[in-house]
Design a protein around this ligand. Structure first.
Ligand code: NOJ
Length: 763
């Protein structure tokens, strides 16, 4: 049993009493301090670009923060991951604070701290809430051990436009899958008690609508219809709140013209009023300050007053916080002190519930032991195995069972930094297993493995704001000759039984501030693939990515394509398990994979309108269907779906009362030669009603493991929750009396279908 730092004795009344007794002793400046969170950037290499963008002098930043700590004007810190540093800064906080209130430390523990899991979009591709929860529990354990109490995760923004680089941080395009993945992550981070020495507060973000940035350009404005907001973009947040998330982070942009960080409707009415959220809200970095940039505030005092007044409790700041002006705003009558007090109460309550007053410091030896726990690596490996998606496998080229020699080609095949993906700052690169390493370890002396990057690593010319963390990418040897290197790669491929080509985006091309207007492979990667394929040696393409890339050429010419995402620190080991058939791929796409960037934004869950027969051909020059549909993913085995039925069959006018459900059953059979997983997916379509509803909507899924020849019945329940939708004309949640088509199968084009009719109580 993990240690409970508050000895499990805290009741709600006790928390309230402790909060009130602190609050009544606090000055206005101390209150504003509790609502201020500072980045603490120590030892950052100077980066002029970033300093200019953020208008911050990094060399002065630590001293500035320490001076504020000494005044007792800081409630929280972020970006510190070394346990000795969290302890030192915590001591400065407590000693600088008249009332001894500790700081709460936050950090972006997005897909692991030291043990790196696959990126979040990959975790979503596992369609496996259990492995996601276990993975984030590992992340929480490592984070809490070093003194981090709270993670800025999960990102639950729906993304239907892969030009937006942050698609990699979320669960893709679908609200139902997104909600399931959000809830699993919150449970993994938080467990049952925040006072556990192994858990952290989860902070779902970015509330709300951030993924719909215009043109896929990060931070750009978002204009969402009422229907899209309620039916698509908000459900994962609601699920995260229902799962108990202790924090919510605001979004940077304007939502329908109002900055999300100053949006009282979003924060106070929807989040707190309708959903009953009881935790605290943090702004995104500089977002309160930036209310001025939006033209939503005349000065910092007004920005602060509008932010806290809208329900944003804590300001995340690099420097010059708007909340430092809150005392002046109160004194000038711009802000009611009771509003300030409400925010302070929420921050203090979180600190008390975390057990920070009892145990503000961490044990550095224990931290080292937790970070080194081999059990964590096993979870990361399982998560990477379960995330991979087999996009194509012509002629059953995979798994590679008989290959006597293998050529591994591509600049990402042996890049540790790219293997773990974006949003990783504190990692031990020596323990990262690359694809090349994983394949070599797996084959040992059984088959020779040759390797050539084929193109230079220095093609990574993309500037990223995260490059300031001094990442260690592979270095091209002195005198690298492009033509000679390409020839060498081609020769190795020609001489081998199979070529395994690892291509994709460099990890700094994706994530925050990493939008693209083109989804092609970067640099000369496609030319390299074409040259290797021209040798006639069978090619397996492993795609390392966090967004769909343009695979049109590959999908026609490369027999086997496995999407391995950025698979994390055990990525190479997991990829070898998959490539050699120890495990069959069972992941499924969490987004529709477009053919070309001209098709985006794209979703399987669209409505039908004029001339539906032409729906698949809306462009002169390209189909409007995806290259691979939402939910697609092949296996080394094959599956059959049969006996689809509902328990309403034969009942002519069934009424779906509140709490009532329709039970849907289907039999799934493994008809192939290997033990494998299948994700059975249930989609519905409402034939008619008082709004136009999508052709298909995911409303259930189960990942099932089956032995060869084994059959299993899967049961799904559809209740009012699944059939209710937000009707923009009624401005309310509605269940229509209608006929509902049900589709069951292994992706969103599933053909096995049945239907049922419901008469709602309101008809
Ligand atoms: C800005 C990002 O938008 C947010 O997701 C992140 O948590 C903060 N920076 C802190 O790093």
């Amino acid at each position: 049993m993990p240690e409970d730092l508050t000895s499990g004795l805290l009741t709600d009344t006790e928390v309230t009493q402790r909060v009130e007794s602190l609050l009544e002793q606090m000055s206005l400046a101390e209150k504003a301090g509790q609502l201020t969170q500072f980045f603490y950037f120590n030892n950052l290499p100077p980066s002029q670009d970033i300093e200019e963008t953020l208008r911050v002098d990094f060399s002065q930043q630590p001293a500035m923060v320490e001076a504020e700590l000494a005044k007792g004007h800081v409630g929280s810190l972020l970006f510190v991951t070394d346990p000795a540093e969290t302890n030192r800064l915590q001591r400065l906080t407590i000693e600088g604070n008249r009332l001894g209130i500790p700081a709460i430390f936050g950090f972006d523990v997005i897909h692991g701290l030291r043990t790196i899991l696959p990126v979040p979009i990959a975790l979503a591709a596992s369609w496996d809430p259990d492995v996601i929860e276990r993975g984030q529990a590992v992340a929480a354990r490592e984070a809490r051990a070093v003194g981090i109490h709270w993670t800025f995760a999960p990102m639950v923004d729906i993304a239907r436009d892969p030009r937006w680089g942050r698609i990699v941080e979320g669960a893709g395009e679908d609200p139902y899958l997104g909600a399931a993945v959000a809830a699993a992550q919150v449970k993994g981070f938080q467990g049952d008690s925040l006072a556990s020495a192994e858990r952290v507060i989860a902070g779902p973000k970015h509330f709300a609508g951030y993924g719909a940035a215009l043109g896929g350009r990060d931070y750009d404005e978002v204009n969402l219809s009422d229907s899209e907001l309620w039916n698509v973009y908000l459900p994962p947040f609601k699920a995260a709140v229902d799962a108990g998330a202790g924090n919510i982070m605001t979004a940077y942009m304007d939502l329908n013209g109002i900055p999300a960080t100053g949006n009282a409707w979003l924060l106070n009415e929807v989040l707190r009023g309708e959903w009953g959220f009881e935790g605290f809200v943090v702004s995104d970095a500089q977002a309160v300050h930036n209310l001025r940039t939006h033209g939503f505030a005349a000065d910092l005092a007004q920005a602060g007053a509008r932010g806290v007044g809208a329900g944003c409790d804590l300001e995340m700041a690099i420097g010059d916080p708007a909340f430092a002006h809150l005392p002046a705003a109160v004194e000038a009558g711009m802000l009611d002190e009771r509003v300030l007090d409400t925010a302070v109460r929420r921050i203090l309550a979180a600190k008390i519930r975390l057990g920070l007053f009892e145990q503000p410091y961490v044990d550095e030896d224990r931290a080292r032991a937790v970070l080194a726990d081999p059990a964590h690596r096993e979870v990361a490996r399982a998560a990477a195995q379960r995330s991979a998606v087999l996009l194509r496998n012509d002629g059953g080229l995979l798994p590679l069972t008989g290959a006597e020699s293998i050529a591994v080609i591509g600049p990402l095949a042996d890049s540790r930094r790219d293997t773990i993906g974006p949003w990783v700052f504190d990692y031990d690169s020596t323990e990262t297993v690359t694809v090349l390493q994983g394949i070599r370890d797996h084959l040992g002396d059984h088959a020779p493995v040759t390797y050539a990057p084929g193109i230079r690593s220095a093609q990574r010319t993309f500037p990223s704001m995260f490059d300031m963390w001094g990442d260690n990418y592979p270095v091209d040897p002195e005198g690298f000759d492009d033509a000679a290197e390409l020839d060498r790669a081609v020769a190795l491929a020609r001489d081998a039984d199979v070529a395994v080509v690892v291509l994709g985006e460099w990890q700094n091309m994706i994530g925050e501030a990493a939008s693209r207007s083109d989804l092609g492979f970067p640099g000369d990667q496609l030319a390299l693939l074409q040259a290797v394929c021209a040798t006639g040696t069978p090619v397996v393409l492993l795609v390392m990515n966090g967004r769909p890339l343009d695979l049109r050429w590959a999908a026609e010419h490369v027999p086997a394509i496995l999407d391995i995402w950025y698979p994390g620190s055990q990525g190479g080991a997991a990829v070898a398990d998959l490539v050699f058939g120890d495990v069959s791929p069972g992941g499924k796409l969490p987004f529709s994979w477009p053919r070309t960037v001209g098709q985006v934004p794209m979703t399987y869950s669209h409505t039908v309108s004029h001339e539906p027969v032409n729906q698949a051909r809306r462009y002169w020059d390209e189909a409007s269907t995806p290259l691979f549909p939402f939910g697609h993913g092949l296996s080394y085995s094959s599956f059959d779906y049969s006996d689809l039925s509902t328990d309403l069959q034969g009942i002519t006018t069934p009424v779906l009362a509140a709490g009532g459900t329709v039970t849907v059953t289907v039999t799934v059979t493994n008809t192939g030669p290997t033990q494998a997983d299948e994700v059975a997916q249930l989609y519905i379509h409402q034939r008619h009603g008082t709004a136009s509803r999508p052709v298909r909507e995911l409303k259930g899924f189960q990942r099932i493991s089956l032995a060869p020849g084994e059959s299993r019945q899967a049961t799904f329940r559809l209740g009012r929750d699944e059939l209710t939708y937000w009707n923009a004309a009624a401005r309310d949640w509605v269940v229509d009396g209608t006929t509902v088509d049900v589709y069951l199968g292994g992706d969103s084009t599933a053909e096995l279908t049945t239907s049922f009719t419901v008469t709602t109580a309101q008809d």
